[in-house]
Design a protein around this ligand. Structure first.
Ligand SMILES: [Mg+2]
Length: 163
């Protein structure tokens, strides 16, 4: 129940071939830390990726647990996809609302992509859908910042030595 069917670094790593191979026709997308970071900035290349999915007849819908309608609506408008906010994953409520919205009946043809095991993966497995776990965008940012800080320290050390 807590194991995803697939693990990827980020949502844009999902290829059309991967989806076809697993008979996926619909992707439900988590928002926070999957599509947008803590500053609400969209993941690099996500708009182009959505376009590619649409061109290959993959249906997309945002399925977010966020209670902030405006925040979810903003990213949905930017990506030109429908959305469900306050989805209450891991319950089935939001998943079923998304199914109704997209008029999809067969759960096994639906994948959900998200960064959290206890909401995204658990909810998806309960729905008997295909679960794709991605790494949270922000942890990556923290890691990058740590590297940056190390470089900064190194540079500062050199600078001080020169003084
Ligand atoms: Mg998330």
């Amino acid at each position: 129940m807590l194991l995803p069917d697939m693990r990827l670094k980020k949502v844009t790593d999902i290829s059309v071939e991967m989806l076809k191979k697993n008979k996926i026709e619909v992707i439900l997308l988590d928002s926070d830390n999957t599509l947008i970071d803590l500053d609400k900035k969209p993941l690099d290349g996500v708009k182009e990726w959505i376009q590619l999915m649409k061109e290959n007849n993959i249906k997309i819908c945002i399925l977010s647990n966020s209670i902030k309608k405006k925040k979810v609506e903003k990213i949905a408008k930017y990506l030109k996809v429908p959305y469900i906010y306050f989805a209450i994953k891991p319950t089935k409520i939001g998943f079923n609302r998304a199914k109704k919205l997209l008029n999809i009946k067969e759960n096994s043809h639906i994948a959900e992509v998200g960064d959290q095991i206890f909401t995204d993966v658990l909810g998806t497995k309960r729905m008997k859908m295909f679960s794709i776990l991605t790494e949270p965008i922000c942890e990556e940012k923290v890691k990058l910042n740590n590297i940056k800080r190390k470089i900064e320290k190194h540079i500062l050390k050199k600078y001080k030595a020169k003084e």
